[in-house]
Every structure is written in structure tokens, then in C-alpha cells.
Design a protein around this ligand. Sequence first.
Ligand SMILES: NC(=O)c1ccc[n+]([C@@H]2O[C@H](COP(=O)([O-])OP(=O)(O)OC[C@H]3O[C@@H](n4cnc5c(N)ncnc54)[C@H](O)[C@@H]3O)[C@@H](O)[C@H]2O)c1
Length: 349
Amino acid sequence: MTAFSHLPNPPVVRVGVIGVGLIGQDHIRRITQVLTGGAVVAVNDVDAARAGQVAAGLPGATVHATAADLIADTGVDAVLVASWGPAHEEQVLAAIAAGKPVFCEKPLAPSSEACLRIMDAELAAGRRLVQVGFMRRYDAGYLAMKAALEDGSIGVPLLMHCAHRNPQVPPYGFTTDMIISDSAVHEIDLVRWLFGEEIVAASVLVPRRSGQAPAGMQDPLILLLEMANGALVDDEVFLNAQYGYDVRGEVVGETGTVALADVSEVTVRAAGRYGGRIPVDWRDRFIRAYDAELQDWLTAVAAGASTGPSAWDGYAAAAVTDSALAALRTGQRTAVTMPERPDFYAKAD
Ligand SMILES: NC(=O)c1ccc[n+]([C@@H]2O[C@H](COP(=O)([O-])OP(=O)(O)OC[C@H]3O[C@@H](n4cnc5c(N)ncnc54)[C@H](O)[C@@H]3O)[C@@H](O)[C@H]2O)c1
């Protein structure tokens, strides 16, 4: 039951956006220009000037001095959190306390303990209010890969090879740990969803360091993730690969393999060569997945439902991240410890 469900044609979901940096602005663009059923009516950012600039492009939108004010605004039906990770917990908890649906960009919170506090608050509220921004679940390639696994096309899946390459990271502020907590967290969530299994242990291999990495950063890394059913995932995460944003994946089964295809719109054949386009960044590569995830959220909010990646998924990804960071520090395989998934979060993906 939502504020809208008694109406024959539900009005648009009035969204308040907290954090209007790179992805906050991109989500505002898609809600206002691409998707249906949503309007951005309020914004907040610790950078007040930035909030004002963004609001100037949104006729009628209110700029709130604090995130708490935005959440309390009775004209805001649902909250989109796109601030920095360390701010997520307080903002998501405030939205839950206000009984408002909240879409939170990954990570749900920087530690698994913080994610547990969010889960506890949602459980106490008695209904799902939180969706986490794991947009790869909405990518057409990964959806086709999951369908191939489920229809038995390649037999029992045994292994997966992943690569996650960015051209470069900013020279300051990005750490080796963030290669795991900010980047590999996408594959961590993805393989849980793809295989329908939890990850039970993580190891990290440290190859030769790229001279293109900023001083002090160990780049690339290779994560080895062990699924509960014994399938093994290797994930090369290389953030200064220079040549483009390249996300690859191949599952090897008992009778075949399924791999993501290249995403170039065309292949050019000329002068004895052929070639295509490599995406420039994550917005380019996953633009349709971001559109689909936010459309799914708006539709679910209007229906009073919640269907996307949950607070449990945010928690599980954080728990695996903790183990991978411990494995990076110790050089040892590290088991993932987490409680049983509460029935509250049981769902068919
Ligand atoms: N799903 C994805 O693929 C994806 C991609 C990029 C970023 N992200 C996530 O989105 C979040 C934002 O990333 P970004 O790249 O847009 O960063 P950004 O630095 O460009 O923007 C973050 C904005 O949040 C504001 N902010 C910080 N703390 C705040 C607070 N307490 N209250 C209000 N505003 C605050 C900053 O001033 C800034 O304007 C991060 O959690 C990041 O991991 C997800």
C-alpha cells in the first residue's frame, strides 16, 4: 500500500537526491529526461554551491541545507542517496526511520557492521525500503548470461573469469583497498546473483605492479572468490589499464562456455584490419543498465514493492569485501563469515 495505490493513474514519484556529484547528476538526468514515473523535486549536497547549480536546471526543485531536511520534506516520496560511501549509513537510516523508500548507490555502507545496522532498521520497519545500486544485474549481457546458466546451455558451471579494467583513476584519493571496495564489489555482487550462491572465501593475488598506477597503489589485483557450490571465480581488477573501460566475463561449464560479447555498436573492416569501439567509462558501458535499474526502482516505489538488490545484498557484498581486504593484507585465503539470510530477504532473482 503506497500513498498512490488508491489512484487509477499513479502520479510520478517525487524523488529527493542527496549527493549531486558525478553519478547523482547522471541519475537526475535519467529521471528527468529518460525514464517515466519520476520527478526530482529536491536536492542536497555538502557542496551547497553544487546543489544550487544542479537545482537551477530543475524547475521548482528545493535545495535543502541538510540531508535530514530533504528526507523530512513531505513533498519527497522517495530518496536517492548518491553521496560518498561514509555518509550512506546515516542517510539510509534516516530514510528508513521516515518510512521512505531509498535507493542507495553502492557501497550500501563502507563496513559490514554498518550494513547490518541498516538491515536491522529495515527489519524493524517491517517492509523493504532499501535498493542498492548494483546495476550490473540489469545489464543485457549479464542477464543473457544468467539465462544461459539457468537453461542448462553450458551444463554445470565450474569457473568464471572476470576482468574489470578502467583507463585510469584520479591521481589522489584512490587507494589500493578501493580497488576491492569500490571496483571489485561489482563482481562480488554480480557473481552472487549470477550463481544464486553466496561467496564463502576470498584470496587476493598481487601481480607485477603497473608503472601507470599512481604512487603507492598496487594495481592490478586478482581476486579469487570461492562460491558455496565450489565454483571458482577469478577477477582481474586493473584500474589504470589506459586503453579504455573494458569489462569481461566468461563462465566455463561442464559442456560449454558463455561469455559477454564485445559491446561495440559496429565492427569496421578496412585496410586489412577489423576493429570496434571500447567504452570510455562506466557511464558509457552501463548506460542502459543504469536506466533499467532506476526505472525498476521508480516502478517498484509507485507500486509499494521492492524488487532490486536489497540491503542483504549490500551487506553480503560488504562481508566479502572485508574478507578480500583481510586476504590482501595477510596474503592468506580468508573465509567469509556471515549469518543466515533472514527470511525477510528471501526472493527469486
Ligand atoms: N553504481 C556505480 O557504478 C557507481 C559509479 C560511480 C559511483 N558510484 C557510487 O556513487 C557514490 C557517489 O560517487 P560519485 O562518483 O558521484 O562521487 P562524486 O564525488 O562525484 O559525488 C559525490 C557527491 O556527494 C556529495 N557529498 C558527500 N558527502 C555528502 C553528505 N554527507 N551529504 C550530502 N552530500 C554529500 C559531494 O559533495 C559530491 O557532490 C559513491 O558511493 C560511489 O561509490 C557508483
